[in-house]
Design a protein around this ligand. Structure first.
Ligand SMILES: Cc1cc2nc3c(=O)[nH]c(=O)nc-3n(C[C@H](O)[C@H](O)[C@H](O)COP(=O)(O)O)c2cc1C
Length: 390
């Protein structure tokens, strides 16, 4: 397989032969601007919005900006291997698609298009419970591609078990349990438009197709859609959950379990002690707690606490290949990309997502090589200059 960096040669060569620029831009900020033009104001607000003043989103990016790579020279980086192994599965690169719900608001092809793009590159899709298409449809779209299921852990035990069984049956191998969204964060962009997709029955396909969920309705969904939405709202999440409850998930899921939204090393230790297989250091892209710690700033302590024992993954603020490199240097085994691939989806469906992923992979490959490395293993904080203040 040609190196991921060859995407660059492909772009230049195609330009030389045809005079054409690539169909989508390669700069993440430019891609977001272009995607914004293609989305309704409500959809863009939902994707771009953060909690409160947006301080956490800004902090996520600032934390990357405060850290600088220190390239090393003359180290033979001619042949590179970007692959990594997560839970026994070999992946071509340490990159996954973060769970993002309600994608049909940005493009009609929604989650299946993103899953096809990921599968085409061999990267795992982490499918959201709040997907606008059912987990079975997305599994079909991803074919042989690796796939994980993200659980918004419902209050209702029967629905929880049913979702887990369906995910297992559809070939999802790892379970990602999101811990930071028992309640929805305060999001002014959505509040000011009184816009919450779920109440319009977007992003609840996995519930509306679930036998255990449907068993709790007095009438079929079409006869009383409001009652179905109310039933969903009543069970979406349970803020009374504690560490002890994780035993229930262990009992009903026999594959790896990863807790998403861990920012404190003590919580990472508790995850390990509860028999969990990994954590995602994440603040949900700044969508939940305004003024929360930047995920990248939380990463070194979490990796230091449990990185030798369980798998530490990372998301929140990854926009470039260099960002991936920085997160790996600070202790992540792999990173999840969120908003950038949603921008790709908005711009061009599957092709747009594929483009964004190829850009990230190419830039990651080039950044690795240009800093004197041949792969993701063995990267350490020595790759970075001491962080700049503030
Ligand atoms: C529009 C949108 C929807 C999201 N939906 C989910 C979700 O359903 N489940 C989940 O665990 N995280 C969800 N997330 C959070 C992402 O998984 C990830 O943590 C976040 O996008 C990382 O931040 P970044 O996109 O700024 O890099 C969502 C994020 C966005 C932007």
């Amino acid at each position: 397989m040609p190196p991921f960096s060859s995407f660059q040669d492909e772009i230049y060569l195609h330009g030389l032969l045809t005079g054409e620029a690539p169909p989508f831009g390669t700069d993440p900020a430019g891609l977001e601007d272009a995607a914004r033009e293609r989305m309704s104001p409500e959809a863009y607000g939902y994707v771009a919005g953060g909690a409160g003043t947006g301080a956490t989103m800004r902090a996520n990016r600032a934390a990357f900006g405060r850290r600088a790579l220190v390239p090393r020279m003359l180290r033979d980086v001619g042949v590179r291997d970007l692959s990594c192994t997560l839970f026994g599965t070999r992946l071509p690169a340490p990159l996954l698609l973060a769970p993002v719900g309600v994608m049909s608001i940005v493009h009609p092809d929604a989650e299946p298009a993103a899953a096809r793009a990921a599968a085409g590159l061999g990267l795992p899709t982490v499918l959201s419970t709040a997907s606008s298409t059912t987990l079975e449809e997305v599994a079909e779209a991803s074919g042989d591609g690796p796939r994980w299921f993200q659980l918004y852990w419902p209050k209702d035990r029967d629905v929880t078990v049913s979702l887990l069984q369906r995910a297992r049956a559809a070939g999802y191998t790892a379970l990602v349990v999101t811990l930071d969204t028992w309640l929805l964060g305060w999001r002014p962009r959505d509040l000011d438009r009184a816009h919450l997709p779920f109440l319009r029955r977007i992003g609840i396909a996995n519930y509306l197709s679930d036998p255990a969920f449907l068993a709790g309705l007095a009438k079929p969904v079409e006869e009383d859609p409001l009652a179905a939405v109310a039933h969903w709202a009543g069970m979406f999440a349970d803020p009374t959950k504690t560490w002890e409850d994780l035993a229930f998930l262990r009992e009903h899921w026999d594959g790896p379990i990863v807790l998403k939204g861990v920012l404190h090393p003590d919580d990472a230790r508790r995850a390990r002690d509860a028999g969990m297989d990994g954590v995602v250091v994440s603040n949900h892209g700044g969508r939940q707690v305004d003024g929360a710690v930047a995920a990248l700033d939380a990463l070194p302590a979490v990796a230091g606490a449990v990185g030798e024992e369980i798998t530490v993954l990372f998301d929140s603020g990854v926009r470039t290949g260099s960002d991936i490199l920085k997160a790996l240097a600070l202790g992540a085994r792999a990173v999840l990309v969120g908003r950038p691939y949603v921008h790709g989806l908005a711009l061009g469906g599957e092709a747009g997502v594929r483009h964004v992923l190829r850009c990230l992979l190419a830039e990651f490959d080039l950044s690795l090589a240009l800093t004197g490395h041949t792969g993701p293993t063995g990267l350490d904080p020595g790759l970075l200059a001491p962080p700049l203040p503030g």
